[in-house]
Write a protein that binds this ligand. Sequence first.
Ligand SMILES: Cc1cc2nc3c(=O)[nH]c(=O)nc-3n(C[C@H](O)[C@H](O)[C@H](O)COP(=O)(O)OP(=O)(O)OC[C@H]3O[C@@H](n4cnc5c(N)ncnc54)[C@H](O)[C@@H]3O)c2cc1C
Ligand SMILES: C[S@@+](CC[C@H](N)C(=O)[O-])C[C@H]1O[C@@H](n2cnc3c(N)ncnc32)[C@H](O)[C@@H]1O
Length: 620
Amino acid sequence: MTLAIPPAEVDFSDPGAPASPIYGDVYHARAGALAQSRHVFLGGSGLPGRWHGRDRFVVLETGFGLGNNFLATWDAWRQDPARCRRLVFVSLEKHPLRREDLARAHAAQPLSELAAQLLERWPPLTSGLHSLAFEGGRVELLLGLGDARELLRELVLQADAFYLDGFAPSRNPELWDDYLLKGLARHAAPGATAATWSISRPMRRALTAAGFEVGLAPGFADKPEMTVAQFAPRHTPQRPAGREPLAPQAREAVILGAGLAGAACAWALAREGVACTVVDALAAPAQASSGNPAGLFHGTVNPDDGPHARFNRAAALATQRAVAELGLAHQPGLLRLETRLAHGDMHGAAGYVQPLTAADASALAGRALGQPCWFYPGGGALPPPAYVQALLAASGATVRLGTAVARLREDDGGWSLLDAAGGVIAHAPLLVLAGGHAQRPLLGELAADLVTQRGQLSHVPQAPWCPAVPIAGDGYAIADGLGGVWCGATAQDDDADPDLRDADHAENLARYARLAGLAAPPTAPLAGRVGWRLTTPDRLPLIGGLAAHGPLAEQLRLQPRRPGLVVCTAFGSRGIGWAALAGQLVAAMALGGPRPLAADLLDAVDPLRFALRRQRRPPR
Ligand SMILES: Cc1cc2nc3c(=O)[nH]c(=O)nc-3n(C[C@H](O)[C@H](O)[C@H](O)COP(=O)(O)OP(=O)(O)OC[C@H]3O[C@@H](n4cnc5c(N)ncnc54)[C@H](O)[C@@H]3O)c2cc1C
Ligand SMILES: C[S@@+](CC[C@H](N)C(=O)[O-])C[C@H]1O[C@@H](n2cnc3c(N)ncnc32)[C@H](O)[C@@H]1O
């Protein structure tokens, strides 16, 4: 995997037909991009009629290009009073356009209002999946940046319509061959269709081999014919048991925990039309781990772009979008000191992470820093309680506070939360366990893999240096806006002491002094806060279903799960940065929508991963 995707070069010399110099082909017919989209792709897929009465309709496109097919499909959805509740448009693109080229491509666009929204949300060109929400989440563009051949192995979804829109098969054969079309067919929902302007014979043979019944329809403009196809395989492909939706029909959910995890799940589920009740033992939301006055969010970089870097990046980009959509006040931008690499060896990705020399980083931070830094323009700092409140308000969830849950019971096609006397607090077909460290007694065997870690933050009221941009290294510092800083944070496993400790303050202040280059730490602070992080051995969260009874399957994707139950917890020291993506994952796993994360990363956060590793290598 590479972090940054090289952008497309677009030749705009013929304004009626932008072209790709690499492929030697035009992005759309000269007779009109939107007219082509409507005739070939919408018409060839039986849209809008086929989405009528549907809860969700999923399109999977090869080649996002200028995005005309997306805009035309979204526009048709908007115009249609009988539209499906949710439209998910998944599109795979190896050479995404730079934002300025996309703007140029849509400068004279009749759908200028929609194009402007697309431009506003256009992501940094980093590899992987980018979930962009429109229409308050009712339209989702899941953009996969990278080679479609690789991305298809990573997608977890069922598509109702395939738009085949590579460059001409003779110039772009990899997007039309047997391998690719079989890869698409693996994602076909029952009754799926495929449409394209091409009538290439090898492509039609490959479609047939992939299980489609292939036909012809009148073509667009100067093309007499085009291809339409219907998925009709001899054997119906089985969806892996571990990827089955956990509560596909749920219209109500109960969520345990009104912290970052629970609030983000409520928001994501509400966007899918699920009415949520959030239950918490405490007197107000965000009173436990999520009650810190300030915290950081940002991605991470590592040279091999491994699972942590990819998960943290997907999460950081999701947070950036959530914060923007909720209009949440925050301190934008984040500096992270780099201690292992020289500036020249640091490779970023525009808009996501940028390497800065020590001099440039110092200018941004307002103090001399001895090391180069990574700058995350979309990262920053925010008060977690305000984020929780904004998520809960946007979700419209019913919040039941002061309500401790003592036990869970699977009953009547759903789950009940019980109080200490055995009374039913709430019942729903979908239960999300998002109760942080305090829910450990409810997690059963899962709790054995988890560690509760105490952490203390310190507040310096009159700080010698308030960083102009939140900064992290060994410890972190966040300006409080009143001449002071919050700095942190300590970490002690299995330590239940709720009291502020002077030794911990001293540790935090020593870190702050090192960040600031001070000769001596400031004098003791007046305030601070103690909280607990729930952590896993591999420092990734637990998001997903629990095992149905019996021995574990050999692969997580094949493991049957208990219906109606999702775990979303163990956010460690990254709850602010992980919550938004985790909520989206929970909603997709519960209801069966396209997962906003690659299949290998779904395994990387699977709550059963530790149990499976133990089963494979039992302790001696
Ligand atoms: C010192 C410190 C500094 C941190 N700094 C950062 C940072 O800079 N950036 C960052 O991203 N993260 C940071 N974190 C981590 C972050 O705060 C956590 O990851 C996050 O708050 C976890 O959220 P949560 O919703 O899972 O848990 P919580 O916030 O603990 O919420 C869980 C809720 O569930 C409720 N609950 C649990 N069990 C029950 C039950 N049986 N019945 C009823 N209610 C129940 C609890 O009352 C609680 O309100 C920090 C953590 C600490 C301790
Ligand atoms: C005809 S254009 C798509 C037009 C687009 N559907 C639209 O509505 O504007 C073909 C696109 O396929 C992309 N492409 C080519 N090979 C690819 C591959 N292997 N994986 C993903 N995308 C690819 C090209 O970069 C190009 O953007």
